[in-house]
Design a protein around this ligand. Structure first.
Ligand code: MEV
Length: 309
């Protein structure tokens, strides 16, 4: 296959998932260990190929409804009659809260602009990707798109300018995949329902999650990974109250914390998906990785100094 028309990366939410939907701050970093490549070639029909579908674009499965809509709308808007085949090759785990849907929306639109040599900027890409994200997720906060588009760590608050927030800490981040699909939409809707019932515990938890995210920002600025670990654990206890964790996530979190992690939490939408842990140094991180290896389907290790900026 020829050169990809675009390469995008996923995201890792360090802190602030779910409370970010309610205007609280969140911190997220690009997931540079994996990527999503989009290839386009001329074809007899409009076709789409990805890990779980290969066929005509107009018959793509429900999971691809967002992508299909923006591809068809893009071709219509730019009056393109030429038929194409779009191939998506991705190493970002699918539906694990790691931003694979945002990466595919951004990647496909960027690839279309590049393939047809249409002048564009990031705002144009964002406009299309937002449509697809809304079809998939309902009413997302926008944090996934902001990281995928900028490929930088961000301190994010809905309806505010994005703050690029470089992370330069001594320590390591371990990411482990439960192997179970996350259920972001279900988790987001569950919280919404509890709030509609004016559950005081939920309102209080979301406020406290906002405060924890602010404290996390300061601990990162002060290079205080021990405090950040404690904040991770406190944030996870709030996510439990919000009922967005599950048994497998809790199992990995327990193993990780028992093997020297400074703190652990789920990342992304929850109810499946991935968890993250903090480690003070490489040896400690290695011990955590080893302890998770037989229990998780995949484990990644990041240096918080350089890789995640
Ligand atoms: C999903 O990556 C993050 C959530 O906070 C949802 C959102 O921000 O739209 C769970």
């Amino acid at each position: 296959m020829k050169e990809p028309m675009s390469i995008t990366h996923g995201k890792i939410i360090l802190i602030g998932e779910h409370s970010v939907v309610y205007n609280k701050p969140a911190i997220a970093v690009p997931f540079l260990a994996t990527d999503l490549r989009v290839y386009i070639e001329k074809n007899k029909e409009n076709e789409l190929e990805c890990s779980f579908y290969y066929g005509n674009l107009d018959q793509a499965s429900e999971d691809l409804a967002g992508l299909r809509y923006i591809i068809e709308s893009f071709l219509y808007e730019y009056k393109i009659n030429e038929k194409i085949k779009i191939t998506i090759r991705s190493t970002i785990p699918n539906e694990r809260g790691m931003g694979s849907s945002a990466a595919s929306s951004v990647g496909v639109i960027r690839a279309l602009y590049n393939f047809f040599q249409i002048k564009h900027n990031d705002d144009d890409i964002k406009k299309w990707a937002e449509i697809s994200e809304k079809i998939i997720h309902g009413d997302p906060s926008g944090i996934d798109l902001s990281v995928v588009l900028n490929e930088k760590s961000v301190y994010f608050q809905k309806n505010k300018d994005i703050e690029i927030f470089p992370i330069n800490m001594d320590g390591y981040l371990v990411i482990a995949d439960t192997g179970k699909k996350g259920r972001t939409k279900e988790a987001v809707n569950g919280i919404k329902k509890m709030l509609e019932n004016n559950d005081p515990n939920i309102i209080k938890s979301i406020d406290e999650m906002g405060e924890l995210a602010e404290k996390a920002k300061n601990s990162i600025l002060n290079n205080d990974i021990i405090l950040l670990g404690k904040i991770f654990n406190s944030f996870q206890s709030k996510l439990r109250i919000l009922d967005v964790t599950d048994e497998k996530l809790e199992e990995l979190i327990k193993i990780s914390n028992e093997n020297g992690a400074l703190g652990s939490k789920l990342t992304g939408g929850g109810k499946g998906g991935c968890m993250i842990s903090l480690a003070r140094d490489f040896n400690s991180a290695k011990k955590i990785v080893d302890s998770l290896k037989n229990k998780a389907t995949n484990v990644w290790l990041f240096n918080l100094k350089s890789e995640i900026v």
